[in-house]
Write a protein that binds this ligand. Structure first.
Ligand code: BEZ
Length: 222
């Protein structure tokens, strides 16, 4: 799968979407962005995912993250499918969908971004899109990509958690440990000396002793 690597400038593709034609970079403006792909319209797992994403859109907005979905069907199909998605949420107040869906019915973007899942095919034998998640920073560079097969739905709470980590670590010389949640302690990055860490973090850091005697597990408050 060719795809796009961390740190690459995300392609400034043009696409038809449920809000009209867009150019990706202009759509993002100075915000962060999340692009998530779906195998097909009118499929059960995708419907649950998009319904959850729609419910969480205020949380993404708070973090200045613009959301955009992609599926390999037409704008017309996306619009009809959106009614199902909103009804699934029993959310009549939230109409239309709070973010656009890209119509990649020619699979051009799916090929460009390396998103096709060779193990999942439609009834004509054509490959379907995998469940990709791309988080793009305000500098238009790829900050994170996660790839799930069509048969495994994503956890959007985890995606929000990851955005919190990306945004924190973009500005502070820290890293977030396993299962980290906002408000919890973070770790001093290994490239920082103890002296530098003491200067950067007014509360200093605490060291976890380990059998090797090496002093590399350092916790601090962001
Ligand atoms: C679904 O969204 O339910 C789905 C799509 C393609 C393959 C398997 C499941």
């Amino acid at each position: 799968m060719p795809g796009i690597l961390l740190g690459d400038v995300f392609p400034n593709f043009e696409a038809d979407t449920t809000i009209g034609k867009i150019k990706f970079h202009e759509f993002l403006g100075n915000s962060w962005g999340i692009l998530f792909s779906h195998p097909r319209d009118f499929t059960p797992v995708c419907t649950t995912e998009l319904a959850r994403a729609a419910k969480l859109h205020e949380e993404f907005k708070k973090r200045d993250v613009k959301m955009i979905a992609l599926s390999i069907d037409s704008v017309e199909d996306h619009r009809k499918w959106s009614e199902d998605i909103l009804a699934f949420n029993q959310d009549k107040a939230c109409c239309p969908m709070p973010f656009p869906i890209i119509a990649d019915d020619k699979r051009e973007l799916s090929v460009l971004l390396g998103m096709l899942d060779p193990d999942e095919r439609d009834k004509d034998g054509m490959p379907l899109t995998a469940r990709c998640v791309f988080v793009v920073g305000p500098d238009k560079r790829l900050k994170l990509s996660i790839l799930y097969p069509a048969t495994t739905g994503r956890n959007f709470d985890e995606i929000l958690r990851v955005v919190d980590s990306l945004q924190l670590t973009a500005t502070k010389k820290v890293a977030t440990p396993v299962d980290w949640k906002p408000g919890q302690e973070v770790m001093v990055i290994p490239s920082l000396s103890d002296e530098e860490a003491n200067k950067l973090f007014p509360a200093g850091f605490t060291l976890k002793e380990v059998p090797s005697g090496k002093k590399y597990i350092r916790y601090t408050k962001p």
